[in-house]
Design a protein around this ligand. Structure first.
Ligand code: ATP
Length: 181
């Protein structure tokens, strides 16, 4: 049983990392992959470049050694849809049960995703608690009992812009990385 946690990770933070470790343990997964998405092709809506987002993920997994990174979406160079990644993952891991992990805010909007009704053909969806969302029941979807971690990349980007302290929101190694950019 392996899990994939997709996101922009712009930047990665403890909300992702602590939840990823918690869900890996909760489900007894043998591996949990953080899977960064590619940047939009024509205009970058992201603050950090793909290379920087990946460097920060690499720093994160040095501290969170139970976690791994899957770069298939950024290697593709063009926008990826989760459904297509999951089809590919199923081919790559034919003997494993696949879990796809997302926050409750993402799950709230899942009906805007490409072929969202088919996602559960390729993976069991796992939803993490997130402030402002109170999804708790949906057939075929697993709702994690992990404690709420109220941190977002938006909050971190806004603090960076105001030169505010980032400690406690993401690993110190990443804070130092951001400070020297
Ligand atoms: P932004 O603030 O830029 O929207 P984000 O903090 O939501 O970013 P993303 O990289 O977009 O981070 O999120 C990737 C996935 O992780 C999404 O499914 C999101 O719901 C989930 N996620 C992010 N932060 C948390 C958190 N604190 N708790 C639970 N899930 C989270």
């Amino acid at each position: 049983m392996i899990g994939f946690f997709g996101g922009s990770f712009d930047p990665v933070h403890y909300g992702h990392l602590k939840n990823a470790v918690a869900i890996k343990q909760e489900l007894g997964l043998s591996a949990l992959f953080l899977m960064p998405c590619a940047a939009p092709v024509h205009k970058s809506e992201l603050q950090f470049s793909t290379e920087q987002r990946l460097e920060m993920l690499n720093l994160a997994v040095q501290e969170f050694i139970d976690l791994s990174i899957d770069t298939r979406e950024i290697d593709k160079q063009s926008a990826s849809y989760t459904i297509d990644s999951l089809k590919q993952i199923q081919q790559d891991y034919p003997d494993d049960k696949i879990f796809f992990i997302m926050g409750a805010d993402s799950f709230d909007n899942i009906n805007t995703w490409k072929q969202y009704e088919q996602l559960s053909d390729y993976a069991t969806l796992v939803v993490l608690p997130r402030a402002g969302s109170n999804q708790t029941n949906n057939e075929g979807v697993y709702f994690s009992k992990a404690p709420l971690v109220n941190i977002s990349s938006t909050q971190i980007r806004s603090k960076i812009a105001k030169h505010q302290d980032l400690s406690g929101l993401l690993p110190d190694t990443i804070i130092h990385y951001i400070e020297q950019l």
